[in-house]
Design a protein around this ligand. Structure first.
Ligand code: 7TS
Length: 408
């Protein structure tokens, strides 16, 4: 069982007053807060060990290199990758997905298809649009049924024309968790390469890339208690060997001649330039922190919060909640609208009560077009949120409703 009061003490930022109210931070799908251990690890790195990695022979350079590569091993274990060769550090999910789409450009040709879902974040749409535009391949979409992925639609569209399937493990708007293991099996049956955007799942549940059998998996450090500017691209070794580096420069080369160059082995062939050492080391500290709590305990606790708050939100007259009402399919993201109130006004009203939620299109415009709503408000939960936070959200919504009563 997770000790939420002890956890809250690890996040000093939570202990503050906003608009005369104690802060209730419910914008975790955008970015999570960082525990002291992550802040201290980064500080310690800069105070004691900072040097450029893989270059120097001096003691600090060796220490920095050892810490950076130890961070890679920590991530490997965390997602159960077979080898550290398969764990590439990137700037985050966006960069990771762009790299995979760049690989797709080497593979795709006219007549091929890329299959994604309508619930994708822009970073899992636009790189594919670009890859298709450059190669003449076609980008096709799976739509929704009852607020979740329509598996029949997926089955119908998954023919042997499809060379890549790329879907979110968990949606940043609908909150639904997609059955990526099953989708991976289906994709492999038609010979497609399976890509999973794990930005909204990796912070909240145990990820086992070997068990899922995905070909590529991406996530961002800042959404899982780690620092900004660091993320991961997991790829099966056989594909990473085939794939050309996306960036060229220092660190990633073996030999450089006047007219040509050869690359280092995996994973370094992809990491051109001085990497984000402090970021990688900070991310490993975040992973250690989450694993100490336990990913299964985290998932169970967030499920408990959702089961607590969801019926209370459903009971608010005029509140529309998006996505499947089946809580067994949901993670800790709830997007909603309150009658005709603009979601920006709603988020501002909630902020007056100290409650931080996001409003807008959540970088998922095709989804909102499909749902025929211009924008929504969104509350998203993490390990430090409490049932009292849930109550505060519900109270603030009721107050807002009362305040605007008569205008909608
Ligand atoms: N994929 C999903 C499912 C996401 O939710 C996000 C960020 C990304 C990819 C991109 O991650 P990044 O770290 O590279 O930016 N989502 C959000 C959000 O919902 N609100 O702010 C950022």
């Amino acid at each position: 069982m997770l000790d939420v009061e002890a956890i809250r003490k690890d996040f000093p930022i939570l202990d503050q007053i906003v608009n005369d109210e104690p802060l209730v931070y419910l914008d975790n799908a955008a970015t999570t807060q960082k525990p002291l251990t992550v802040l201290e690890t980064i500080n310690h790195y800069y105070e004691q060990d900072n040097a450029n990695v893989h270059r120097g022979v001096h003691t600090l350079a060796e220490r920095a290199t050892a810490s950076y590569e130890a961070a890679r091993e920590t991530i490997r274990k965390f997602i159960n990758a077979g080898s550290t060769k398969e764990v590439l550090f990137t700037r985050g999910t966006t960069t990771s997905l762009n790299w995979v789409a760049r690989f797709a450009e080497e593979v795709l040709t006219v007549g091929d298809q890329v299959l994604i879902s309508v619930m994708e974040h822009h970073s899992n749409i636009i790189p594919w649009q670009e890859a298709c535009r450059k190669t003449g391949a076609e980008l096709i979409y799976v739509y929704l049924k009852d607020g979740a992925l329509d598996m029949e639609d997926l089955r119908a569209k998954l023919t042997d024309k499809v060379k890549f399937v790329s879907v979110a493990h968990a949606s940043n708007v609908l909150g639904v968790v997609n059955p990526v293991k099953e989708i991976t099996q289906m994709a492999h049956e038609v010979g497609a390469i399976m890509v999973v955007d794990g930005a909204q799942s990796t912070p909240h549940m145990k990820i086992d890339v070997l068990d899922l059998d995905v070909d590529f998996f991406t996530f961002s450090g800042h959404k899982m208690a780690g620092p900004t500017g660091i993320g991961v691209l997991y790829g099966k070794e056989k594909y990473l060997e085939q794939m050309s580096p996306v960036e060229f420069g220092g660190e990633m080369i073996d030999f450089v001649y006047e007219q040509s160059a050869s690359w280092k082995e995996l994973p370094w062939k992809f990491e051109a330039g001085t990497p984000n050492m402090a970021g990688a080391i900070g991310l490993a500290a975040a992973v250690d922190y989450l694993e100490k709590i336990g990913m299964d305990a985290i998932e169970a606790y967030e499920q408990e919060l959702i089961e607590y708050v969801f019926p209370k939100l459903q009971a608010i007259e005029g509140l529309t909640i998006y996505g499947s009402p089946d809580l067994a399919q949901r993670s800790g993201v709830i997007a909603f609208n309150l009658a005709d109130l603009h979601p920006h006004d709603l988020a501002t009203a909630l902020d007056y009560e100290g409650v931080a939620v996001r409003a807008g299109h959540h970088c998922a415009q095709p989804l909102l077009q499909y749902l025929e709503v211009p924008a929504t408000a969104r509350a998203s939960f993490y390990i430090y949120n409490t049932k009292a936070d849930c109550d505060k959200l519900v109270d603030a919504l009721l107050k807002t409703k009362e305040f605007f009563n008569g205008t909608f």
